[in-house]
Design a protein. Structure first.
Length: 420
């Protein structure tokens, strides 16, 4: 059931079914411009590959994931495509680039963080980006893309041998190219996307241990958040002791910002609710934790400085630190409110959802049919302090899809059920 009600579904109002479909096919048209020989490049505001940036592993994986979802959705494209055959080609290109292209380290295994002009640019092996290899492979497998099984097997083997820490029930963060030196830093961002990836692998048929590991990670995050009024610590040392002052001198870091990250509270909420409701029975404790995380994130983040929009970060008392509005935070608010309304039926989540979509339509969705604006300043005008350009379609596409895949363990599994 659509969370915004059926009476208005025929109209293309913000958040309605027709509106969401339009957003999805427009995002696919924009995203297709990212194709390069090595995978998928970083897009600028106009949808052109930024020549000053390398081809990054996480972007290539996210785009492969989105094209796989678009292929399975089978929706009529807007003028300019991509068509079904073009989507098949784009998803297959992503899989081939990850298996055979320069992003893959054929000597030591795993994948480099980025390449430039066919050569290694950043050689480190990152948990964050490797989680997206698993996600891309899981979606491609569900979509029936050739060689996706090979990619998923390789990606999970690296998770097993290099990133999963059985004793801690968490993932380590970053290795050098030869898997010799392990960075002492541990991070919750990579752990979060690993949970998403492990759920996707489980939903793609990789086996129950991947969901079990996702549950172990989630349990630790719940404990840390509960101790801090449901604000999640982001940064840790080797023994997983929180580092609350980490990067205080670099508060707007795109991947490791100082303080509590509002969008991660929302994203973890959605993941906890998904974990709570996709097992043999509903896990009431996980569900309650998900609700508390969302409540805290909305209370701390929405219009916290008097202007509509979610601030990027707060301190540990909930005071805004970085006031820019990131599009991905709003998309996670949409996804979380959608899932919470589907599961709890509470009207407050539907009210929030309409508010988030209205904001997205007013400030983030490009009226020219391009990708969503990725960053706004505190006055809701375009900014590029942290996220210049519009590098990929992952967050926005999922926000426009989530209402149409209720109860799914992964977006790919949800879309695949349409044909069932």
């Amino acid at each position: 059931m659509n969370v915004v009600g059926s009476a208005r579904e025929a109209a293309a109002y913000p958040g309605g079914q027709a509106y969401r479909r339009r957003r999805r096919v427009e995002l696919l048209r924009f995203a297709q411009g990212a194709r390069v020989d090595e995978g998928f490049g970083y897009l600028d505001d106009a949808g052109e590959v930024d020549p000053g940036r390398p081809v990054e592993l996480y972007v290539t994986c996210r785009m492969t994931h989105v094209f796989g979802l678009g292929l399975m959705a089978g929706e009529e494209p807007v003028p300019g495509g991509p068509t079904e055959s073009e989507l098949t080609g784009l998803a297959a290109h992503g899989v081939s680039a990850l298996l055979d292209g320069p992003l893959r380290d054929v000597e030591h295994g795993g994948w480099f963080a980025s390449v430039r002009d066919g050569a290694v640019d950043v050689a480190t092996k990152q948990a964050y980006a490797h989680a997206f290899v698993v996600l891309a492979a899981s979606t491609a497998r569900t979509a029936g893309i050739p060689r996706a099984d090979e990619l998923l097997e390789a990606a999970l083997a690296v998770q097993e041998s290099r990133f999963w820490d059985e004793q801690q029930g968490m993932v380590v963060e970053e290795w050098d190219a030869s898997w010799t030196d392990l960075d002492p830093y541990r991070g919750i961002n990579s752990a979060m996307h690993t949970v998403e990836a492990y759920l996707a692998a489980w939903a793609a048929g990789a086996g129950p241990r991947w969901r079990e590991r996702a549950l172990r990670i989630a349990a630790r995050v719940v404990d840390w958040a509960a101790e801090r009024s449901w604000r999640i610590p982001e940064h840790f040392d080797t023994d997983w002791t929180p580092l609350p002052e980490h990067n205080k001198d670099r508060p707007a870091d795109p991947f490791r910002p100082y303080g509590a990250t509002v969008g991660h509270g929302l994203e973890w909420s959605r993941l906890l609710v998904t974990l709570a409701t996709t097992g043999d029975q509903v896990d009431a404790d996980l569900l309650e934790a998900g609700i508390r995380l969302a409540d805290r994130a909305v209370t701390d983040g929405w219009a916290a400085d008097g202007q509509d929009g979610f601030v990027y970060t707060t301190d540990w008392e909930g005071t805004p630190v970085v006031r820019e509005r990131m599009h991905w935070v709003l998309t996670e608010a949409i996804a979380t409110s959608t899932v919470l309304h589907q599961v709890t039926g509470r009207a407050a989540h539907a009210v929030d959802l309409e508010r988030w979509w209205a904001y997205a339509d007013r400030y983030l969705v490009d009226p020219q049919g391009l990708s969503w604006r990725h960053e706004l300043d505190q006055d809701n005008t375009p900014s590029a302090r942290t996220w210049p350009g519009r590098p990929d379609a992952y967050h926005a596409y999922q926000a426009a899809l989530v209402a149409d895949v209720p109860g799914a363990a992964s977006f790919a599994r949800g879309v695949a059920s349409w044909a069932g």
